[in-house]
Structure formats: structure tokens, C-alpha cells
Design a protein around this ligand. Structure first.
Ligand SMILES: *[C@@H]1O[C@H](CO)[C@@H](O)[C@H](O)[C@H]1NC(C)=O
Ligand SMILES: *[C@@H]1O[C@H](CO)[C@@H](O)[C@H](O)[C@H]1NC(C)=O
Ligand SMILES: *[C@@H]1O[C@H](CO)[C@@H](O)[C@H](O)[C@H]1NC(C)=O
Ligand SMILES: *[C@@H]1O[C@H](CO)[C@@H](O)[C@H](O)[C@H]1NC(C)=O
Ligand SMILES: *[C@@H]1O[C@H](CO)[C@@H](O)[C@H](O)[C@H]1NC(C)=O
Ligand SMILES: *[C@@H]1O[C@H](CO)[C@@H](O)[C@H](O)[C@H]1NC(C)=O
Length: 592
């Protein structure tokens, strides 16, 4: 066979590792080829809807035609029927590029979003320039012109989020290598000099596994490869080690601590974005656990990996045989202190305790306190568990305390006893009369935000007004037991506050030991009043209890949500356990 594309590798991982076709991983290549071939017809069929959408979608769609066209093992290899579609789509992309070199992808004239297109354009240029078909060089020239024009826009432009910086660096690195424009590198250096936003545990500052996997890791590897910045590789390696600790064998990854939109998205097989990095680093490091993760993702989501074929044609060393896989999922317990997360894994049982909400993080600043916003971590789930195929999606607590919403822990401690300790004090003020020297003869006071609880605004000059406080103190201790976990709640301070512990279960298993409660809207839930309940899904079971008597079931996410008609509900089957403050109650969770 014809050796795949042109190798341009520097020191990071060189083409010398795959001098012969025998050195290639044909298991992966066959899978990637099949997945890539499956993308061709849908692109052609849906061309009109791509044109109606963003240029980012069009660029990816062209790449999905170009890749099989240049690949000898594709059923579309040098299929000239693809050519008119490719040139037509590239004409649209040429036309949509702004004078400043950027594209509008939702965000107007967006340098980081243009970075996504540059990735596709860069790969396509190399694929086409390494291809023997006579139609390929002129198509490559069209794309080169787009890249040349994009350079100055990306080298001048700005960002909104932390990962955008690395996306721009990756894009500039590609353009600078392909167009041999050294002057673009100074902007990369300016961004990189800020330092990479990764903590000691390997978690990037947005704490968003699904999004940083898709953006930061591959961007850093691109800069490392294109510009031989080998020092960047260590960040990716740390993040991949971390990602195994945060992953499940079902392809899911912990995102309870995320600051981005994945904090409240349904969990699922969301790790396909990690496949390229697990593969690259497995080969680079000879790391068997990374190899096992790459294989796991091939098995679980192989049909979604078609886009990666282009990368292994561009860099055949990425298609080298993987090292011998080693079991990636080992027993451990670990405190991720910056993210406020504790994870335990024991055989088929994994659990997370979370106390790293930004809700309290800047508690001293009224601007942050009790604030739900894009870019902040606000998930109130304090505990999750995966027991084989059975998932306890979340344990949460809602106190009926001035529409403050869920309990969120103000930090997390992890003791030598192996227990995680969570806690918070909710403070709600009643405002007292304005001191005489601050009265306003016209009755006009500054419009401001209620200081200690941040729930509402009024023209009462809260900042300068004395207040008396109502307080509710909650302490939670999560301890591993032989059969599972004990979650001990101590709620003190304000008396007679109704409390609801909400347990959410994933899947359609069967419940035992409780009465079903049918809500006004027909939703079916359970209230555990006495004894213990049980949930079974397939071969896995969890028991929970004891019940804590009759009581009021609260589900209110808090005034900031209800004012905007929002909610922070978890999808799944609910069981409620109720109580009243002061409450000293231990929830026993047993898994088998
Ligand atoms: C790839 O293509 C070559 C040449 O056409 C062929 O010999 C080989 O069997 C193909 N391999 C796979 C896995 O399709
Ligand atoms: C190289 O990049 C610089 C900075 O963006 C730009 O001004 C210049 O025109 C580019 N040179 C070429 C040959 O594209
Ligand atoms: C790449 O960087 C490494 C050090 O990180 C150095 O040893 C190597 O010579 C560099 N390779 C090239 C091609 O510049
Ligand atoms: C994660 O997977 C779930 C279930 O398949 C899906 O609904 C969700 O959109 C995915 N999230 C992301 C960010 O891919
Ligand atoms: C009260 O209103 C009057 C008339 O508008 C204005 O002249 C005066 O400055 C106001 N006093 C204060 C303390 O704002
Ligand atoms: C549970 O059953 C409902 C109704 O039959 C179905 O819509 C839903 O997809 C099922 N959920 C799961 C996780 O299997």
C-alpha cells in the first residue's frame, strides 16, 4: 500500500516509529476508516443545512470529504464525484472569511472560533499536498490562501475563556509552520507566558472535562508538535492521568465540579474527545493505561471517531501500534483540593464527594455570594456513586430556609480517617433602621444587593445598614463503610427548618420498600418514611435508609433560579427523606 500522507514531525513523536505498513495499528485504522467513510454521504446529503449553519460546521464537513478522498484504504479514495462538493464548500468558506481573516461562529469575528476552522484547514492542506491526484494541489492552494489571511487576525485577536488562549496558540502554530511565517510565533509566546491554567492535580481552571478535552489538550499537543515545545506535553500527560481517575468504564467522566455548561448536562459516553490524546501519549510514553483507554473508547464510541482518521494520515506515527494495554481503573482515594472534590474507587464501586462550589468561594464579596452564573461552579450535588451499571446520580439537601435553595458546601476536608467533611453556614439578614446620620431627606437610598445572602435587590442601601442575622449551619460527613458509604447530616442553628434529602437514581431499575408519591403534574417519586429502601438495576443493588419520618418535600432550587423560572433538577428517579432542624441523621448507603 501507499504509505499514509506526509510526515512533518519534530522531536515529539517522529515518523521513524512507523517506517513500514507493518508497524501500523490496522485495528484502529480499519475502525477509523469505516467511521470516516460513514460520514461522506451525510455530508453530501446535508450540504444545504451546513450552509445555513456556521462556517465551523462547513469546514469540518469539507474535511470529512477530503480525508477519504486522499486515503487509499477508503472506499472513496480518489472518487472524483467528491470534488465538486469539496470545491463548492471551500468557495463558501473563502467567501465567509472576513477581511480581518476571522470567521463569525456565533461570536462575531471570533479569533478562537476561527481556530477550530484553522485546525481543519491545516490538516487538509497537508493531506492534499501529500496526495497524488491531480485535483489535489489546486484545492490545497485555495486552503493555503485562507490560512495566510487568517494569520494576522488570530495574531491580533482576543479571547473570552481560558481555553481560547490555547486554541489560538494551536491555530497560530499550524499557520506559522504551514505558511512559514515565523512572526506569528511571538503571539503564541505572549499567551503561553501567562502560564497554563492547570492545578497540581491536573485539572484545568474551567474544570470542564468534556470541553477542555476537546480544546486544551489537543491545542497544547499541537503547539508541542508544530513548534517543538516539548515542555507543554507534561500538562497533557497530567490531565490524562487525572482523567482516568475521573472516568468510569462506561465512558463517563466526572463533571460535578465543572464551571462550564457540562456541570448540568446529562452524563453519558462523553470521552471521545480524549481519544486522540490517549492514543498519542500512549505511543509517545509507552503507557499501557493510556493505551487501554484508547481501546476502551474505540470499543464504546468507535463510530464517532471518524474525524480522527485525518490526523493519523497527517501524522502516521499516531497510527503506530499501541503498547500492551494495562488495567486503567485501580482502587484509590484522593482529595482534589483546588476543585473541592474527593474520589474513592473500590472495585466496581466509585464515589465522589463535592464541596468546591463557587457559591461561597468569594463569600466576602457581595458580588459573588449566592451567585449562579455562566463560568461558575454551582452544582449542589454533594455525593455520587457508580456501582457497576447502577448509578446514584446525586445526593442533595434542600432546607426550607428563606428560598436560599440547595445546601452547597463551603469547601471540603479529607481526613486521615478517609472521610470527607462538608459544611456551610447560610446567613440571611433582616435589615434594621438606617442610622440617623445616613438618612436621606427625600427617602432615596442606593439600589443594591442584599449583602449576606445576595438573594435580591432594593433601594435600601444595604451596605450601610445594620442587620440582624438568621443562621442555619449544616455539617456533612461522608465516610466509607464496608458495604458503601455513610452520610451523616448535622443541621443546627435556626429551629424547625424543614429539610429534604434528595436521592436521584439513573436508569429504569426497580424500587422496594417505599410508597410511591404521585405529584400534581403526574411525576412519580418515592418518600422513604421508615425502614430502608432498595434500588436494583440489572445485577447491581443499592440499599438506603433509614427513613426519617413524615415531612415536607422541598425541591425549590432557590430564589435566583425561581425568579428566572429556572430549576436545577437532576434527571432520574427520586427518593426523598425528610427531617426538621435540629437534625442529626445518618444515611446509610449499601452497595452490592
Ligand atoms: C489497505 O489498503 C491496502 C492497499 O489497497 C490493502 O492492501 C490493505 O489490505 C488495506 N487494509 C485494510 C485494513 O483495509
Ligand atoms: C506573517 O504574519 C504577520 C503577522 O500577522 C503578517 O503581518 C504578515 O503579513 C505575514 N506574512 C505573510 C507572508 O503572510
Ligand atoms: C526539540 O526540543 C528538544 C528539547 O525539548 C531538543 O532536544 C530537540 O533537539 C528539539 N528538536 C528540534 C528538531 O528542534
Ligand atoms: C454526554 O452524553 C449524554 C448522553 O449521551 C448526552 O446527552 C450529552 O449531550 C453529552 N454531553 C456532551 C457535552 O457531549
Ligand atoms: C432632595 O431633593 C431635592 C429636590 O430634588 C434636592 O435638591 C436635594 O439635593 C435632595 N437631597 C438629597 C440629600 O439627595
Ligand atoms: C426509562 O423508561 C422510559 C419510559 O419507558 C424511557 O423513556 C427511558 O428512556 C428509560 N430510561 C432509561 C435510562 O433506560
Amino acid at each position: 500500500m501507499k504509505a499514509p500522507g506526509t510526515a512533518v514531525g519534530l522531536a515529539v513523536l517522529t515518523a521513524s516509529t512507523v517506517s513500514a505498513a507493518d508497524d501500523l495499528d490496522w485495528t484502529s485504522l480499519a475502525l477509523l476508516t469505516k467511521a470516516a467513510d460513514a460520514q461522506v454521504q451525510p455530508v453530501i446529503d446535508n450540504k444545504a443545512s451546513y450552509y445555513a449553519g456556521s462556517p465551523r460546521g462547513i469546514a469540518r464537513a469539507v474535511r470529512q470529504l477530503v480525508t477519504p478522498f486522499v486515503w487509499p484504504n477508503s472506499t472513496f479514495h480518489h472518487d472524483e464525484a467528491l470534488l465538486p462538493h469539496i470545491t463548492e464548500m471551500l468557495d463558501v468558506l473563502t467567501e465567509r472569511q472576513h477581511c480581518d481573516g476571522t470567521y463569525t461562529v456565533g461570536n462575531r469575528h471570533s479569533p478562537p472560533d476561527t481556530g477550530f476552522l484553522v485546525e481543519d484547514f491545516g490538516i487538509m492542506v497537508r493531506l492534499l499536498e501529500g496526495d497524488g491526484h491531480e485535483a489535489s494541489p489546486p484545492i490545497a492552494d485555495t486552503i493555503r490562501a485562507i490560512l495566510v489571511k487568517a494569520g494576522p487576525g488570530l495574531a491580533k485577536g482576543g479571547v473570552h475563556t481560558p481555553n481560547h488562549r490555547w486554541k489560538i496558540c494551536g491555530a497560530l502554530a499550524r499557520i506559522s509552520r504551514i505558511t512559514e511565517n515565523e512572526s506569528l510565533v511571538s503571539r503564541i509566546d505572549e499567551w503561553l507566558a501567562e502560564g497554563i491554567d492547570i492545578d497540581a492535580d491536573g485539572i484545568y481552571s474551567e474544570r470542564s472535562p468534556i470541553y477542555y478535552a476537546a480544546v486544551t489538550n489537543p491545542s497544547l499537543l499541537t503547539v508541542a508538535y508544530e513548534l517543538n515545545r516539548t515542555e507543554l506535553i507534561a500538562h497533557v500527560r497530567r490531565n490524562l492521568e487525572l482523567s482516568i481517575e475521573h472516568a468510569e468504564p462506561n465512558g463517563e467522566i466526572e463533571n460535578v465540579h465543572s464551571r462550564r455548561q457540562d456541570q448540568n448536562q446529562p452524563a453519558g459516553d462523553n470521552m471521545s474527545g480524549f481519544y486522540p490524546q490517549f492514543r498519542e501519549m500512549a505511543i509517545m510514553d509507552g503507557n499501557g493505561r493510556f493505551a487501554a483507554m484508547a481501546r476502551l473508547l474505540e470499543e464504546r464510541v468507535g463510530h464517532t471517531l471518524g474525524d480522527y482518521l485525518a490526523s493519523v494520515i497527517e501524522r502516521p506515527e499516531l497510527a503506530a501500534k499501541l503498547p500492551e494495554p494495562e488495567e486503567p481503573f485501580k482502587d484509590f482515594s484522593k482529595h482534589y483540593s483546588d476543585a473541592g472534590l474527593v474520589r474513592w474507587r473500590r472495585g466496581k464501586l466509585t464515589a465522589s464527594a463535592f464541596g468546591g462550589s463557587d457559591w461561597f468561594r468569594a463569600g466576602q464579596q457581595t458580588d459573588f455570594y449566592n451567585r449562579f452564573a455562566s463560568g461558575l461552579s454551582t452544582n449542589p450535588t454533594m455525593f455520587r456513586a457508580w456501582n457497576g451499571g447502577l448509578v446514584v446520580e446525586g445526593v442533595r439537601l434542600v432546607p426550607n430556609f428563606f428560598t436560599m435553595g440547595h445546601f452547597r458546601s463551603n469547601g471540603i476536608a479529607f481526613g486521615a480517617d478517609g472521610a470527607a467533611k462538608l459544611g456551610s453556614v447560610m446567613e440571611v439578614p433582616y435589615y434594621l433602621p438606617m442610622p440617623a446620620d445616613l438618612r436621606n431627606e427625600n427617602g432615596t437610598y442606593a439600589l443594591g444587593r442584599s449583602v449576606a445572602d445576595g438573594r435580591f435587590y432594593a433601594m435600601l442601601d444595604f451596605e450601610n445598614r445594620p442587620a440582624s442575622m438568621r443562621r442555619l449551619k449544616t455539617d456533612v460527613t461522608i465516610s466509607p463503610t464496608e458495604a458503601g458509604y455513610d452520610i451523616a447530616f448535622e443541621v443546627t442553628g435556626e429551629r424547625d427548618v424543614e429539610l429534604t434529602i434528595e436521592l436521584t437514581f439513573r436508569g429504569n431499575g426497580t424500587f422496594k420498600g417505599m410508597e410511591e408519591v404521585v405529584g400534581e403534574d403526574g411525576t412519580k417519586t418515592h418518600h422513604l418514611i421508615e425502614g430502608s429502601g432498595e434500588y436494583t438495576l440489572g445485577e447491581d443493588t443499592v440499599t438506603f435508609g433509614p427513613g426519617n419520618g413524615e415531612g415536607m418535600i422541598l425541591t425549590d432550587a432557590g430564589e435566583q433560579y425561581s425568579w428566572h423560572r429556572g430549576s436545577f433538577g437532576l434527571a432520574g428517579h427520586k427518593v426523598y427523606i425528610t427531617g426538621t432542624s435540629p437534625m442529626s441523621y445518618t444515611l446509610n448507603l449499601g452497595f452490592s
